[in-house]
Design a protein around this ligand. Structure first.
Ligand SMILES: [Zn+2]
Length: 155
């Protein structure tokens, strides 16, 4: 989605976790702990992928999109289908999306990405784009790594 803003990518954390798992520093039970709610969200609202589960390799991963923000009121914290996000993004000024990958076989789950969506994002994106155009820069700007925020579903 082109209006994604303040994207934080957690693939580094995932690699570290999987390395620890393969080294035996942590057990599968510690990382394959998707709650029944998360598994249900994956089944009913999840986005299927072609990526095999990195832990059990039996099933493909499903991406679940959780939305947070004051404007969402009672919907905050709910899982939404990916197709619903652009609709929300035009209706709301700003909300946060957390993308969690889930394996429905072994219950592996990990926060993969977070970003902001909403009309505000669209406007500032427009500004960023014209600024970037002026400077003849290109591509999407990723903010990587620095946040240590963990997916709230874990613990
Ligand atoms: Zn799995």
């Amino acid at each position: 989605m082109r209006t994604q803003r303040q994207v934080v990518d957690y693939s580094l954390q995932k690699r570290v976790l999987l390395r620890d798992l393969h080294n035996g520093k942590i057990g599968t039970l510690e990382v394959c702990d998707a709650s029944p709610y998360l598994k249900n969200a994956a089944r009913f609202h999840g986005e299927p992928t072609d990526d095999r589960c990195p832990v059990c390799r039996r099933d493909n991963l499903t991406l679940v999109h959780y939305i947070y923000g004051d404007e969402l009121k009672q919907s905050a914290g709910q899982a939404r289908k990916l197709a619903e996000l652009p609709v929300l993004a035009t209706a709301l000024r700003e909300f946060q999306v957390f993308v969690v990958e889930v394996c429905q076989s072994c219950a592996w789950n990990h926060l993969t990405e977070q970003y902001l969506l909403g009309r505000d994002a669209l406007q500032s994106d427009e500004l960023t784009r014209s600024a970037a155009f002026a400077a003849s820069a290109s591509g999407r700007h990723h903010e990587t790594g620095s946040s240590s925020r963990h997916w709230e579903g874990r613990q």
